[in-house]
Write a protein that binds this ligand. Structure first.
Ligand SMILES: Cc1cc2nc3c(=O)[nH]c(=O)nc-3n(C[C@H](O)[C@H](O)[C@H](O)COP(=O)(O)OP(=O)(O)OC[C@H]3O[C@@H](n4cnc5c(N)ncnc54)[C@H](O)[C@@H]3O)c2cc1C
Length: 384
């Protein structure tokens, strides 16, 4: 194990814990978590707040990780298997909806509009259960239809007043707001909308790190393990949240890098909803507190450098869809989604030295979406 630098103890700032009570049948003395992306930090919060002495070890922390490059809107995408992913995602949805009511977390609720350019979108059952509504295209407008009779169960979780004005028709294009322009896109053939949590990664990852620190945890950065057994023997329990790094750490050939590149641009005037289209070319525009994330790509590649030509393509497609001039680029980010062909690895195992390890990696394009549901299951596995 190589350690460069000192343990990181971040200052506590205003946070209010949304605590998760657990019954501890087995109480490990201390827990080592490998990884300080969203998976490791969320597990850290859950363990530390339940009284475990917890240290996170990581090569990179928070903003420097794949998690720091994410869009990061709640949506089950590019992660398997669905029968496990959806329950983890729905559990996470509730926790994030709670956090959206706590100031300073970086979590808010946003209307997500999911479009297709060329096919009829089928609204998934899980989205119906969250109150999704179809967006019906016509020659001049794409507007929310009458609310579906089914699927109102979760809408009550968080469905505050939409920030945009109600759809108005009959005005010239130039007078319409950004959100209204989105509704009148001829480039899409169908779509649906639902309200989901949005994590502003520039705030949320620090919130998690500070909440972990406030619960007594500590983070040691610039640590690279070649194998899990290198974790100091004083830790009884090891949690593997290494993301794509698990490929080398535990020789997992099932893990593949689904490379994503995004461009961070200034806020787009009047754009209050997230626009996503999964058909090629993948396109999304996600407004955040201080900026907007334009995406994106999803290719099998480990290249970490941003490609300027790709940034140009992203800007061109987002600007075309939003009907705006190309904005300035504030930053380019690249991350490797840890997609695991055989499905997210969330399981209990044993190290050669007898210690318990719980693997929690391979969340693909949905690490934020699955974070709290996965972390709760990790603790459940730890206390078997
Ligand atoms: C462009 C893009 C957009 C995305 N959008 C969304 C979205 O909208 N919603 C969503 O839910 N998800 C999204 N994702 C996916 C999400 O970012 C990932 O699923 C998530 O970041 C994975 O988090 P993680 O903590 O498991 O891994 P990471 O964030 O990669 O963290 C891994 C950690 O492990 C450490 N580590 C690795 N190997 C070692 C080692 N050997 N020794 C020590 N430390 C090690 C790393 O330094 C790091 O701290 C997006 C991803 C990208 C790239």
């Amino acid at each position: 194990m190589e350690i460069v630098g000192q343990p990181l103890r971040l200052p506590i700032f205003v946070w209010q814990a949304v605590r998760l009570p657990y019954k501890r049948s087995v109480m490990p003395g201390s827990v080592a978590i490998i990884g300080a992306g969203v998976s490791g930090l969320t597990c850290g919060v859950v363990f530390a707040e339940n009284g475990y002495g917890t240290v996170i070890f990581a090569k990179e922390v928070a903003q420097q990780t794949t998690s720091g490059a994410a869009a990061a809107v709640w949506f089950p995408y590019d992660a398997e298997p669905l029968e496990k992913v959806i329950p983890w995602a729905l559990r996470t949805f509730d926790l994030l909806a709670d956090l959206s009511r706590v100031p300073g977390t970086g979590v808010s609720m946003i209307e997500l509009r999911q479009f297709s350019r060329n096919k009829e979108i089928q609204i998934p059952d899980w989205a119906i259960s969250l109150g999704a509504e179809p967006l019906i295209p016509s020659s001049t407008s794409v507007i929310p239809s009458a609310r579906r009779a089914v699927g109102q169960r979760r809408r009550k979780v968080e469905n505050g007043a939409a920030r945009e004005a109600a759809t108005r028709t009959g005005r010239p294009e130039a007078e319409r707001t950004g959100s209204e322009r989105i509704k009148s896109l001829e480039s899409f053939s169908s779509g649906f909308s639902l309200r989901v949590p949005l994590m502003d990664t520039t705030i949320y990852l620090d919130y998690l790190a500070n909440r972990f620190s406030g619960a007594g945890g500590s983070i040691t950065r610039n640590v690279h393990f070649n194998k899990l057994e290198e974790v100091d023997r004083k830790f009884d329990l090891v949690i593997n949240c290494a993301g794509i790094g698990a490929r080398d750490l535990v020789q997992d050939v099932n893990l593949e890098p689904h490379r994503g590149q995004v461009a961070i641009v200034p806020r787009i005037e009047n754009l209050y909803c997230a626009i996503v289209c999964d058909d090629a070319p993948l396109m999304y525009a996600i407004p955040r507190t201080n900026d907007c994330v334009f995406g994106g790509t999803n290719d099998l590649s480990s290249a970490l450098a941003a490609d300027p030509a790709t940034t140009n393509q992203i800007l061109a497609e987002c600007s075309r869809v939003l009907r705006i001039d190309k904005p300035n680029v504030l930053a380019e980010r690249v991350g490797l989604r840890p997609f695991r062909k055989s499905g997210v690895r969330l399981e209990r195992d044993q190290l050669p030295d007898g210690r318990i390890v719980i693997h929690n990696y391979g969340h693909g394009g949905a690490g934020f979406t699955l974070s709290w549901g996965s972390a709760r299951e990790v603790v459940d596995l730890a206390t078997l």
